[in-house]
Design a protein around this ligand. Structure first.
Ligand SMILES: [Zn+2]
Length: 454
C-alpha cells in the first residue's frame, strides 16, 4: 500500500486539526478544525485548502470541539458534498458548536462593520448559519466499534478516548496497514467520562501532544477550587471561570456542587452563562452510555446552578452586585459571554478569574496566564487587576506521563509515531520521551508537510 498524509492543521499548534489521508484512489480528511488563537493562525482559516473536492471520499471527525469541526461548513460551502462520519454524541454536539460558531462569526463581522475596526471592508463571516444547516445534512452517525468500509481495502471505526462526550480515536485499516489517529486523548480519571480505551496495535500512530511537556500536578482541583472560592468570597469578590462550554464546564459545576453539598463553600449563587454549554449538558443526558454520571446528577445540577439563556439576563446579573460564581464560555476567552463579565469585573482587585483549560498562544486566556497587565476586549483595553489563577489538574487532555502510559498499554507497540496537536516545545519533549522509553521512531511534521507511508 502506498499512502500519504498531508498535514493541513494541528501541527506545531493545537488548533486547526486537518489531516488528509491520500491513497491512489481515495482521499479522506480526518478532522476539519478551525485555527484559533494567534492572528497568524486565524488567517489560515481564510486560505482555501489545496483540495480537489470531487476526489474527497469522506471526512471523519474524532470529536466535536471547534478546533476539530469548525472548518466543516467552509468545506461544504467550497463544494464538498460527501459523507461526514462521527459518533452520535459527537454529531449532537457538533450541531450546537457549529451553529454557535456561525453566529459568533456573523456577529463579529457585523460588529466590525459597524465599529469599523476590521481591515477587510466589509468584514465577512467565514460561513453563515445557512452554510451550517447545509453541512449538518452530510453528517452520518456511527456506532462505537462498528467497522465501516469506504472501499474494498479501506475501513475505519471509532473507539472512545475519554476527552469529551462522544470523543474517539480512529482506527483506519488501509489494505495491510493499520493507522490510528488518537484525536484528543482524555485522562484516565475524568469525573464523568469513562477512561480512554487503548488500541491493540498500530503500524502508525498519529498522537496528540498538547501536554507533551507537562505533568499535571497532584493537586486536587476540588481542594484548589475550595481554597480559591473561599478566599474570594471573604474579600467580597466574584469568581469568574472562563470555561470550554462543552466538557470542562460540566466538570467544574459538578465540583462546585459537591463543595456546596459538603458545606465547604458558602451557598452563593452559581451562574452558568453559556447557551451552548447548556445545550451540551442536555445532550449529555441523552447519551447515558457515553458517560458515567448517575441519572440524578444532571437533574440535581439544574436545581443548584442558574442557567442563563438570554443576553439581557447576562447584563442584569452583572449589574447585581452580589457575590457569585460565574462559569461562562469561551474557554480561552476568545469570545462568548465571559467577555461581558470581564469587561465589568477584571479591573476590581477583589475578583478572581480561574482558568481551568488549555490556553493557546495568542488568546486572552494565555495573556492572563502570562501575567499581562492589560487585555483588549471589543476594541478597548482593560487593566488586569483581578487575581488570576490556573486551576490545575482539570484538563481534558492526558499529560506526558498519561500519554506514555497510553502507548505502553498497546498490546503491540506502534511501529512509527507521528506527533500532532501540540505547540513545538510540547511535541519535542514528548518525542524525546517516546524515543527513550520505547525506541519507536517519531516524526514531528510542520504545517503543510506531506509524509509518505509505504
Ligand atoms: Zn478537543
Amino acid at each position: 500500500m502506498k499512502a500519504k498524509i498531508h498535514f493541513w492543521g494541528g501541527t506545531g499548534t493545537v488548533t486547526g486539526s486537518k489531516f488528509l489521508l491520500e491513497t491512489a484512489k481515495h482521499q479522506i480528511l480526518i478532522d476539519c478544525g478551525l485555527f484559533q488563537g494567534k492572528k497568524s493562525l486565524r488567517l489560515l482559516n481564510r486560505i482555501p485548502l489545496p483540495l480537489d473536492y470531487s476526489k474527497l471520499s469522506a471526512v471523519l471527525i474524532t470529536h466535536a470541539h471547534l478546533d476539530h469541526t469548525g472548518y466543516l461548513p467552509a468545506l461544504v460551502k467550497n463544494g464538498y458534498k460527501g459523507p461526514v462520519f462521527m459518533t452520535a454524541p459527537t454529531q449532537a454536539l457538533t450541531e450546537i458548536i457549529l451553529r454557535d460558531s456561525a453566529k459568533i462569526q456573523m456577529e463579529e463581522a457585523d460588529a466590525a462593520n459597524r465599529g469599523n475596526y476590521s481591515k477587510h471592508q466589509p468584514a465577512l463571516p467565514l460561513y453563515t448559519l445557512d452554510d451550517v444547516e447545509q453541512t449538518l445534512n452530510y453528517i452520518l452517525d456511527c456506532e462505537e466499534n462498528e467497522w465501516i468500509s469506504l472501499a474494498k481495502d479501506i475501513k475505519f471505526r471509532f473507539k472512545r478516548n475519554g476527552h469529551i462526550l462522544g470523543s474517539s480515536y480512529l482506527e483506519i485499516d488501509i489494505s495491510d496497514k493499520k493507522m490510528i489517529f488518537s484525536g484528543d486523548v482524555g485522562r484516565p480519571e475524568s469525573l464523568y467520562l469513562p477512561s480512554p480505551s487503548i488500541p491493540e496495535q498500530a503500524d502508525i500512530l498519529l498522537l496528540e501532544s498538547t501536554y507533551g511537556n507537562r505533568i499535571h500536578p497532584e493537586t486536587s482541583p476540588k481542594d484548589q477550587l475550595e481554597d480559591l472560592i473561599n478566599k474570594t468570597i471573604q474579600r467580597g469578590g466574584d469568581v469568574l471561570i472562563p470555561c470550554f462550554a462543552v466538557g470542562r464546564a460540566l466538570e467544574i459545576m459538578l465540583l462546585i456542587d459537591a463543595l456546596k453539598k459538603e458545606n465547604k463553600i458558602p451557598p452563593i449563587p452559581v451562574v452558568f452563562d453559556s447557551p451552548m454549554g447548556t445545550e451540551a449538558i442536555e445532550v449529555t443526558s441523552r447519551f447515558p452510555d457515553w458517560h458515567k454520571l448517575n441519572k440524578t446528577a444532571l437533574i440535581d445540577l439544574n436545581k443548584e446552578v442558574y442557567f442563563v439563556r438570554a443576553i439581557e439576563e447576562t447584563f442584569s446579573i452583572i449589574d447585581r452586585k452580589k457575590t457569585k460564581i460565574v462559569i461562562a464560555g469561551s474557554g480561552m476567552i476568545t469570545g462568548g459571554r465571559i467577555l461581558h463579565y470581564l469587561k465589568a469585573e477584571i479591573e476590581d482587585v477583589n475578583n478572581l478569574v480561574i482558568l481551568p483549560g488549555y490556553q493557546a498562544e495568542g488568546t486572552r486566556g494565555r495573556a492572563l496566564l502570562d501575567g499581562e497587565a492589560e487585555i483588549k476586549i471589543m476594541g478597548k483595553f482593560y487593566q488586569v487587576k483581578a487575581e488570576i489563577a490556573r486551576l490545575e489538574n482539570i484538563s481534558g487532555h492526558a499529560d506526558q506521563e498519561e500519554l506514555l502510559n497510553w502507548i505502553a498499554g498497546f498490546r503491540f507497540k506502534p511501529k512509527e509515531i507521528i506527533l500532532i496537536h501540540g505547540e513545538k516545545d510540547a511535541s519535542q519533549a514528548l518525542a524525546e520521551k517516546i524515543k527513550a522509553k520505547f525506541g519507536i521512531s517519531v516524526s514531528l511534521p510542520d504545517l503543510n508537510d506531506v509524509i509518505e507511508i509505504n
